[in-house]
Every structure is written in structure tokens, then in C-alpha cells.
Design a protein around this ligand. Sequence first.
Ligand code: NAD
Ligand code: GLY
Length: 366
Amino acid sequence: MNTTPHTVDVAAATPYRIHIGPNLLDDGSWLARTLRGRQALLVSDANVAPLYAGRVEAALQAAGPGLRIARHVIAAGETEKTLANFSGTIDALAALGATRDACVFALGGGVVGDLAGFAAACWMRGIDIVQLPTTLLAMVDSSVGGKTAVDIPQGKNLVGAFHVPRAVLADTATLRTLPARELRAGLAEVIKYGAIVDADFLHWLDAHRDALLGGDDAALAQAIARSCAHKAAITTRDPLEHGDRALLNFGHTFGHAIEAEQGYGDGLNHGEAVAVGMLLAARLSATLGLASRADAEALRTLLQRFELPVDVPAGLTPEALLARMRLDKKAQASGLRFILWNGPGAARIVADVEEGAVLAVLRAEG
Ligand code: NAD
Ligand code: GLY
């Protein structure tokens, strides 16, 4: 496979381009083209900054000698996506003397991207954010579409804003340092795109499993580009999630309940919980007569081939998970709402799902 960078254009109200390929972080001229002013704040985390921040700063400085660059590094992990770190990022922008044409560069996974994006959305009512995702999950999902947020004790992503990036640059070479478990978590989100809108993609993923799990640049770049094209199309149609954008939450109602019930930071990570959640959503679809059980079991086989979990972790009861789902922000006033499917590539939004059917699926699982 060739390694020419891929590009995906997002026809948002403010259009932007996603670049995907190896070693793009060293392309200072490309980075500099995203700049409008003379200040840049690079936000990263304690795992990613030592690996890549210096390279990004050097590339930016070489391309824009007059540029004033500051670095703001947070500790790594979901527990850092907080209002306190948002406030710290705002302080860093103030210390830089950032003006309305300043740019924030988010170098890291979804935690950094969501946090830095929210700070950029709020500073002077909105300055540029360039997303430099370094996890597969961030490359295929969180860096695209403009959702930014932090968590509060009452729940995940409850404080945030829509703020589309000025550009996204996914350097696939950064995935070489990503722990294998995080790579697989990102592959769960890649599989999600096949499940919701692109059945052929599921066959392609199955056929390229070894290359993808082995970190092959070209295979990963292709998978990222196809995933981003789907996310771009959906978020262009429905930027504020009034309709179809919710399809991206396939597997998330079950997945979020698992994450919340086990406690963030312990047990399954987000992508793994989504893998289990997608299988449960497929089984619920079968229980409700929307799809065949064979489709659900084929999805299970694919997830297992990608070494992803498919079982609810021991100790989480169906009743406790259902209680979490009632609290989930996707549960509407009218009842439980799920993203289900009519089979591979054919997801749909289903409201008022009977709690009994959900419990039956969870109990059969256990
Ligand atoms: P993450 O940002 O916590 O990154 C996972 C781990 O990998 C961290 O420890 C990080 O330091 C490390 N890491 C990142 N890149 C690395 C690299 N190249 N080499 C070595 N280590 C590296 O987690 P994530 O899975 O990227 O993102 C999860 C977050 O994304 C959640 O907060 C979720 O809510 C959010 N999210 C947002 C959207 C959206 O649309 N905005 C969509 C999906 C998920
Ligand atoms: N990850 C879901 C969304 O961007 O809408």
C-alpha cells in the first residue's frame, strides 16, 4: 500500500481539511499555513509532550520565526479532563497574551483535544484550534466534528461547546508509540463506522486485520481516512446532533453505562466499553426483531478478531447498568433511546425501548 498522505475535506459551515499520513508533524510549512496570528499555545499531556511537542514547536518556529510559542502540559488520562485543567489552559493563554488571532494546537488523544478545544472555544469567545491527534481514537473520532468538553463529577462531557477545528493533522507515525491496548480501543471506533453506515468497510477491516493490529502505516491511514470521511459526512449533515449525528453513538449507551458503573480509570477503557456496547446493541436489535441474531454474532467474531472485549465485566449487574442508562443524557424524557441497527451498515435511532428487552439482553449476556 502506498503512504501518500490522505486528505478529507469537511464541508462544515467553516470548512476544514483533515491530513492523514506518516511524519506530518515535521511539516512546519503545513502547520504554519494554519496560523493567522503570531501566538501559538501547544497543549499536550505528560506522556505525549516528551515524545512529540519539541518536534512540533521546532517545525512551527522554523516556518514562522516571529511566532511566540508556549507549551501547556497536563497530566495524562480521563481524570484530567476537568474544569481545573480548563482553567489552567485559559491561564496559559492569558500568560501568552493570546489575541483573537492566536491558535491553540492540541497534541494528544481525545482528552487533550476535548480540553484544549473547549479552551479555544471560550478564549475571547472563540479562537482557532488545530487538532494534532496522536491516538487512533482521536484521529478517527474526537478530533473531527467540533465537540469539545470537560467532565464534572455529575457526568462526562457535561460542560462543553461545539467548536470546529481550523484543521486536523493526523500523523500516523505517532501511533507507533501508542500502547497496543489504546490502538485496539481506536479500532473499536473504526469498526463502529462500518457497523453504522458502511458494511463493506467491515469486510475490508477483517481482510486487513493483521496490518492494522501490526501498526502498518498505510493500512491505518486508509482506515482513518475512510472513518473520517464518514464522520465528516454525518457531522456536516447534522453538526449539532439534532438527528443523524446520534448514529455515531452506536454502542455508547451500553458503553457509557459500563464505564460509569465500573468507575472511570478502572476496567475497560472507552473504546473497549464501546466494543461491548456495540455487541449488546446488535443483540438488542435482534431481540426487538430489527436485525438477525447472526448479524450480531458476526459482529462479535469481528470484535474478537481485533482482540477487543465482548463481555460485560464481571460484577456489573443488569439492574445497575439499566439505572445508569436511565441517567444517560441520551435517555430522553420519553424513555430509553438507543442506536440500534437493521444489520451491518444500517444503524437507526430507536426511541422508547422497553426496559424489559434491555434487561433480557443484559441477563442473557451474563
Ligand atoms: P487519551 O487522550 O486519554 O489517550 C489515551 C492514552 O494514550 C493517554 O495515556 C495518553 O497520554 C496516551 N497517548 C496518546 N497518544 C500517544 C502516543 N502517540 N504515544 C504514546 N502514548 C500516547 O484517550 P483517547 O482514547 O484518545 O480519548 C478519549 C477521550 O476522547 C474521552 O475523554 C472521550 O470523551 C473523548 N471523545 C471525544 C469525542 C468528540 O467528538 N469530541 C469523540 C470520542 C471520544
Ligand atoms: N463521537 C460522537 C460525536 O462526535 O458526535
